[in-house]
Design a protein around this ligand. Structure first.
Ligand code: PEP
Ligand code: MN
Length: 354
């Protein structure tokens, strides 16, 4: 719940409410966003986290210094748009590259493009191509979650090292998937910029807790068999670790008869942009699984309000170790695509060009 106090309520009165909340085992956080940016700037506001019952709400509402109690329904409070009243951004610091990248409300579309799986021969050229075409981040998997144990599993630590060596040359921050709690320290050793959690780990709560604890930006991918509510609750495990740097990624779901690799879920961009304050990314490659669909689906995602688009690219798709069939390889086409997506975002959401 959110508590709005009366204008002029004293610190002592507010502290008395907070003490009561803590006695109930609830966590209280002053809401800086509301004080700094809402038109009702003088109203003190607290976010209250934990298991809030009707009895709690009634008791708080009856206290003298309390103006309103707002229950939060559906969306976990950490992600809720109601919490701060406006949509937020996440900044990726990029200490190894050419300046930070900010994704989210009021910012130009952020493009995350790179190889599906890091390889020795083509990752550098692919990531350089993505940068020339206008990408802001490079994506690339060193650990690959594969349906069959006989499929290529990723170069693992060698892949992480390679990805970071390439980063040193290209200058863009990197997004890469962490599959296992046992690897989190290694991701920190290489100072990965954004930790991705994949669709198959969408409810691996222990992993979500551990990546959350790093404090690094986390790209959380919706589970392909999870409802939106389930995915929001799972993503909240990351934020409950005190990590505000969550980016929510849609990537399609298992559907009932559709033309693509997955059933597109881009309508959720529109819904979520009214419900969560976190940046929303759409993965146009893993949702569609088709190279020829990437441009059009990206157009829809950008126009619909996605803050970022993620896609696979590869300079030599026939040599890609994973997912070459869906990778964009033509630099001119990629450049046009990214420019069009940015223009569509600008037209529909504002935010300007990068
Ligand atoms: C990926 O981004 O490489 C990936 C495996 O994605 P997902 O978890 O969405 O399938
Ligand atoms: Mn892939």
């Amino acid at each position: 719940m959110i508590i709005q106090y009366n204008i002029g309520a004293s610190e002592a009165e507010i502290e008395a409410v907070r003490t009561r909340l803590r006695e109930w085992g609830l966590r209280v956080q002053f809401n800086p966003g509301t004080r700094a940016e809402s038109p009702e700037a003088q109203i003190p506001v607290d976010n209250v986290f934990g298991v809030v019952t009707d009895a709690h709400r009634h008791e708080v509402a009856a206290m003298d210094c309390v103006r309103t109690v707002i229950p939060i329904e559906g969306v976990p409070q950490n992600l809720s748009l109601v919490r701060r009243g406006h949509r937020h951004t996440v900044t990726i610091p990029n200490p190894h590259g050419s300046g930070p990248v900010t994704i989210g409300a009021g910012r130009p579309l952020a493009v995350m493009a790179g190889v599906c799986a890091v390889d020795r021969e083509y990752t550098l050229a692919s990531h350089q191509m993505a940068k020339r075409a206008g990408a802001d981040l490079n994506r690339g998997g060193a650990y690959k979650p594969r349906t069959s144990p006989y499929d290529f599993q990723g170069l693992k630590e060698d892949g992480l090292k390679l990805l970071c060596d390439v980063r040193a040359e290209v200058g863009l921050p990197v997004v890469t998937e962490c599959l296992d709690v046992r690897d989190v320290d290694l991701f920190m050793k290489y100072d990965v910029d954004v930790l991705q959690t994949g669709t198959r780990n969408a409810q691996n709560f222990e992993l979500l807790i551990e990546v959350g604890r790093t404090g690094k930006p986390v790209l959380y991918k919706r589970g392909f068999s999870n409802s939106i509510e389930e995915s929001l609750k799972a993503a909240n495990y990351v934020m409950e670790q005190g990590n505000d740097n969550l980016i929510f990624c849609l990537r399609g779901v298992k559907g009932i008869g559709h033309s693509f690799r997955n059933q597109g879920d881009m309508d959720e961009i529109v819904s979520l942009s009214h419900r969560i304050d976190r940046p929303i990314v759409y993965d146009v490659s893993h949702s569609s699984g088709r190279k020829s669909a990437v441009a059009g689906i990206g157009n829809m995602a950008a126009a619909g309000g996605a803050d970022g688009i993620l896609l696979d690219v590869h300079v030599s798709p026939e040599h890609a170790l994973v997912d070459g069939f869906q990778a964009i390889d033509d630099e001119a086409e990629l450049t046009r695509m990214i420019a069009t997506w940015r223009k569509l975002r600008e037209l529909t959401q504002g935010g300007g060009a990068r």
